[in-house]
Design a binder for this molecule. Structure first.
Ligand SMILES: *Cc1c(COP(=O)(O)O)cnc(C)c1O
Length: 394
């Protein structure tokens, strides 16, 4: 309590060429939405993800918006979205004046594919290649790979194929996570569905301050997304525009940071993995909470770690635990408020949400930065266990 240095949840790590590349971009005076670092970042992401084409943009939210536009989501359409997510996965549906349909989570915190299939089968009608719900054409699913845990893509893709739905993977938290067995072995999060969106916000596994990227199974779609992100300018000399564009392109200064961060990505993933293993060891014999695992057959990027509190033993609201830990210099948080309960979405359709509430009431995220020392991790574990024992009345 006397020590005010906070161990934060997730902070950037600039141990590489960040300063050098940013200085270089500034010196060359290429600071805006053109410049070699943007192309270099796109190339580096494409190589890493083993895809042909990636478009860098201003944020993960912009990436998701552009993916929805390209997927053909138009006013009056419906899009299936998870309720456990950061709200930025859902808001772009509304930017398109389309309707979100909220889906429950499975035990990975990602979208429940069984409920997804049941919803399509029992609540919708399918004819002429169109899935209809309450008069809305259901065009797409936004799947979020929550905290770097990959959703059950094989089951979700099966549903999408059956009902002719586009799949947009919100991989904003899952850059570098991949399948290692099964149908999608070797495939990275964001490269399985029709579109994949990434974020380089300050708390993500790599950061450009603010930034994002989109990829797609069809490389021409990525070209079109890049065109839309730069005001849909059709002529290099005259200002000719044949579509409504956006100012969604990443800047060269952001991209300079990104190129340096990409050089470190594999190392970051490895450190997250090691830190996770240490937490796992430290919590293995503790019975008031358990560390949430990651999907079998996948290699998560281990972006964020989650503890699930045992509600039979601990009755106090999560807020009490979070505030007490903050006093002890440790930043933690609850998972997001469920989106179907947020004010702009209370009247939207939500399909049999149960599991999401269960986890929202039990999960806290704990410090997961790549810069954590072993000593930090031991301190975090000790303090959490101490606080949980205290609130359990032990
Ligand atoms: C971070 C995040 C986004 C948005 O990314 P920004 O770059 O902050 O716009 C979208 N969805 C999820 C699940 C996120 O965690």
């Amino acid at each position: 309590m006397n020590e005010r240095k906070l161990i934060p949840l997730s902070v950037p790590n600039f141990e590489g060429n960040e300063k050098k590349y940013v200085d270089d971009a500034v010196e060359q005076q290429w600071v805006s939405t053109g410049g070699a670092y943007i192309t270099e970042l796109e190339r580096s992401l494409a190589t890493f993800l083993r895809v042909e084409n990636v478009a860098a943009c201003q944020s993960g939210t912009a990436a998701l918006h552009l993916a929805l536009i390209e997927a053909g989501v138009r006013p009056g359409d419906a899009v299936i979205v998870p309720t456990i997510t950061f709200i930025a996965a859902v808001n772009p549906v509304k930017y398109q004046f389309a309707e979100p349909i909220f889906m429950d989570a499975d035990d990975s915190l990602c979208m429940d594919p069984i409920k997804l299939a049941l919803f399509c089968e029992e609540e919708c009608s399918f004819s002429g290649g169109k899935l209809l719900f309450n008069g809305h054409h259901v065009k797409a699913i936004v799947v979020v790979h929550v905290f770097g845990n990959i959703a059950d893509m094989e089951s979700i893709m099966n549903v999408a194929e059956r009902y002719n739905l586009k799949v947009i993977e919100d991989s904003t938290e899952a850059l570098g996570a991949c399948y290692i067995t099964g149908k999608y072995a070797g495939k990275y999060a964001g490269t399985i569905g029709d579109y994949g969106a990434y974020s380089f916000n300050g708390n993500k596994i790599i950061t450009t301050g603010g930034g994002g990227a989109v990829t797609a199974g069809d490389p021409e779609k990525v070209d079109h997304i890049r065109y839309l992100s730069t005001q849909a300018k059709d002529d290099p000399h005259y200002y000719i525009h044949n579509e409504i564009g956006y100012n969604y392109r990443m800047t060269n200064v952001q991209a300079a940071l990104g190129v340096a961060q990409m050089e470190e990505l594999s190392d970051f993933i490895q450190r997250k993995q090691q830190n996770y293993e240490l937490y796992k060891k430290l919590f293995s014999d503790f019975n008031l909470c358990k560390l949430l695992g990651f999907r079998e057959g996948t290699k998560s990027n281990k972006w964020f770690y989650s503890l699930v509190i045992d509600r039979n033993k601990i009755r106090v609201p999560l807020r009490n635990i979070i505030v007490e830990l903050e006093d002890r210099g440790i930043q933690t948080r609850a998972i997001w408020g469920l989106i179907h309960e947020q004010k702009p979405y209370v009247s939207s359709f939500a399909y049999k949400i149960e599991n999401a509430n269960y986890y929202a009431d039990r999960v806290i995220n704990i410090p997961s930065s790549t810069s954590l020392s072993q000593e930090d991790i031991r301190k975090v574990s000790t303090e959490i266990q101490d606080v949980l024992q205290f609130v359990a009345g032990l």
